[in-house]
Design a protein around this ligand. Structure first.
Ligand code: UT7
Length: 318
């Protein structure tokens, strides 16, 4: 038994914030942000719009493209670092908004690797016969955990959600997966605050050593790609599309170069939604499916890297 992606969907909040708009409130410029990151604009959720509110339309669109109803779903996994509330999980809240009950639902917290972690878990549930149709969602409202006066972080992130339906299938599907973590790099990228006794202890905003994250990401993207390709008995030349976590176009292009992969095989959507953490891979995937770039039979490599540090890769046949 294998698992295959049979539907994709995404949702971006209405409000678009351009680099020029940010440059009116922090000491930055459209030129700096574009040349250092590739980002031109990002979407920002409306006040009161939560991770589950973005996840709902993304999930409904994924269900529609799979030709399924919410009642067909037998597992929900939501990857998010910006859950609606501390608990219940955003997956449980999403389940209720979808109007279903009974199937298991849980969140995965692996920051920007969250979608790759969630997809890997979903694949294992399907291959072990525990589930037939899994809704896997990456959804984030990073705008809530940004210090909008810190130019080194606020220009990088955005809000959004992407979803896929992973279904049991006799032909693959997912060919190989590999996850990693190294908790010793906590300080490189974190939100160090916590809720304690009714107060926030420590900073509730994203803190990052951008240069260190950049180097780490390029290294593990290359290693992770080679690892899953080897596990599946494939070569870099067999890849049709590379869909890495959308954080910075320079990280993606540097990885493609190290792998010897032509830039044309890189799917990059970071320019119009910024870094949406766990949502970035399914957002890019959905866009490339809908615009007709991704075709049946093609081989795709999805890779995530983020706080933890966590990283991982999923190699699949469309
Ligand atoms: O999801 C994973 C999480 N994050 C990432 O993947 C991000 C990884 N890192 C990066 O994308 C890049 O390191 C950044 C985009 C964050 C920074 O690019 P960089 O080329 O590494 O620039 P830098 O950190 O070396 O900064 C260069 C200069 C500094 O000024 P000085 O010290 O050279 O005078 C910064 O203060 O740019 C300054 N700077 C800015 N200038 C204008 C930092 N942020 C800004 C800004 N606008 N928004």
């Amino acid at each position: 038994m294998f698992s295959r992606i049979v539907g994709t969907g995404s949702y971006l909040p209405e409000r678009v914030v351009t680099n020029d708009e940010l440059a009116r409130t922090v000491d930055t410029s459209d030129e700096w942000v574009r040349t250092r990151t590739g980002i031109r604009s990002r979407h920002v959720a409306a006040e009161g719009q939560l991770a589950s509110d973005l996840a709902l339309p993304a999930s409904q669109r994924a269900l529609q493209s799979a030709g399924l109803r919410p009642a067909d779903i037998d597992l929900i996994i939501v990857a998010t670092t910006t859950p609606d509330i501390i608990f219940p999980s955003t997956a449980c809240i999403l389940q209720s908004k979808l109007g279903i009950a009974g199937c298991p639902a849980f969140d995965v917290q692996a920051v920007c690797s969250g979608f790759v972690y969630a997809l890997t878990i979903a694949d294992l549930f399907i291959r072990s016969g525990q589930a037939k149709h899994v809704l896997v969602v990456g959804t984030e409202v990073y705008s809530r955990i940004l210090d909008w006066s810190d130019r080194s972080t606020c220009v990088l992130f955005g809000d959004g959600a992407g979803a896929v339906i992973l279904a049991a299938s006799e032909k693959p599907g997912i060919l190989a997966t590999k996850l990693h973590a190294d908790g010793s790099h906590k300080e490189m990228l974190c939100v160090p605050g916590s809720v304690n006794g009714g107060k926030v202890w420590g900073s509730p905003f994203v803190r990052m050593d951008g240069g260190a994250v950049f180097k780490f990401a390029v290294r593990v993207f290359e290693e992770g790609a080679r690892e899953v390709l080897e596990a599946a008995g494939l070569k870099v030349a067999d890849l049709d599309w590379f869909i890495p976590h959308q954080a910075n176009i320079r990280i993606m292009e540097a990885t493609a170069k190290k792998l010897g992969l032509p830039k044309e095989k890189l799917i990059a959507t970071v320019h119009h939604h910024g870094n949406t953490s766990a949502a970035s891979i399914p957002l890019a995937l959905d866009e490339a499916v809908k615009d007709g770039r991704i075709l049946p039979g093609q081989t795709l490599l999805l890779e995530g890297v983020g706080g933890g540090f966590t990283w991982g890769a999923v190699l699949l046949r469309w």
